[in-house]
Design a protein around this ligand. Sequence first.
Ligand SMILES: [Zn+2]
Length: 165
Amino acid sequence: MPRPRKPRCVRDEPAYAFFKPQGIPLRELEMVTLSVEELESLRLVDIEELYQEDAAAQMEVSRPTFHRIIKEARHKVAEALVEGKALGIEGGDYFLAGDTRIFECMECGHTWEEPFGTGVRACEASCPKCGGAVTRKGCGMGRARRGQGPRGRCGPPAGETKQQQ
Ligand SMILES: [Zn+2]
């Protein structure tokens, strides 16, 4: 039975959503779509120069899962550059980290915030009060949400508006 896929922790929405080769009309181009978590894997390893193990912890996935994500990401970027395809960045299965994550103890119900980027995973943490097992309740400021499939887009957080391109 396949395990349900857990959304990946991503620091922020991508700043740029679309790239294409100069001088070729979009209708004549093939399009490659990079998911937000695939872009995040490139950012962590190729920009921030983290080891894959640490990058995997930040995204709260296993190292083999992270390896699959970044391999696919690099393949897509190379495909766009080498074969002259348009590259879009959107969708996927992720939540935004915000600055903190909210952990909740499954034993006593104690909740607390864990800063993002410490690499502490809910499944490995224990309750500071009773030592019980911990689940991640969400991200700070209620920003947790999921992408909506390959063509989906995340809406802006409640109470914020963002200009559509
Ligand atoms: Zn507890």
